[in-house]
Design a protein around this ligand. Sequence first.
Ligand code: NAP
Length: 238
Amino acid sequence: MKKAIIIGASSGIGYELAVQLADLGYQLGLMARREERLTELSDRLPGQHFVQVTDLINADAARTQLAALIEQMGDVELIVVNSGVGTGEKSLDWTIESEMIDVNVRGFTAMSMDAMNYFIQRGGGHLVGVSSIAAHFSAGLSLTYNATKAFVSSYLNGMRSRAYRSRLPITITTIEPGFIDTPMLESKPLGTVPVAKAVAQIVKAIQDKKDHAYITRRWAIIAGLFYILPKWMIRKFV
Ligand SMILES: NC(=O)c1ccc[n+]([C@@H]2O[C@H](COP(=O)([O-])OP(=O)(O)OC[C@H]3O[C@@H](n4cnc5c(N)ncnc54)[C@H](OP(=O)(O)O)[C@@H]3O)[C@@H](O)[C@H]2O)c1
């Protein structure tokens, strides 16, 4: 049986990914803070799954919880680090900014690093990290969020080089979504896509063992524009 862990499975992209991977026959380890959401998800999925509560704000405890879940599941070939927080940054508020750094950078790094070390010891595996299109530009109204996602994409690029140098069959997939209709979005900007459609493309990228995927695909064009348009023009909008 194929086994996967999703970190950040209680809502949005992670929740829908659990639904679609379970349909493909995966046994899942579901991690996030909200135990009742994870239990409800586990109960509705076909097959038997595992729930492990974790709060990435406490990265040391999260590392222990990830190791315990892997131990409990026996053998895990796919780990998806999806947890993330993002909110409007109209004011520069340390409570908000520090949570984004703790979850999107510290927590993300702890989970990805431990997943990689586990796959090296296991002799292979697949690490998927959920970044964002925001990794490609700086924005005055989401400056810390964008910076954390630039970290995520850069870190995963480095991890991919490391996987290559290990000569082991380890795949690193970077997922960069645009606007996906989940609770994280405070409004529904033009171009927002349903979460089921977005996750179907994420599942395809996982199955194809892609290095990188824009979700949905058309965001590749928009990402490219951020490198071509003059900075003064970008500043007018974000
Ligand atoms: N929606 C979009 O348009 C969009 C675009 C680009 C990138 N993304 C990225 O996609 C990923 C998933 O976001 P989403 O849109 O699906 O948002 P979401 O519905 O708010 O889901 C966020 C997930 O992260 C988990 N999480 C948040 N804080 C956590 C913490 N301290 N410890 C552990 N888990 C935590 C949440 O679980 P608990 O609250 O239960 O802990 C939840 O499962 C994020 O990394 C986000 O940055 C989303």
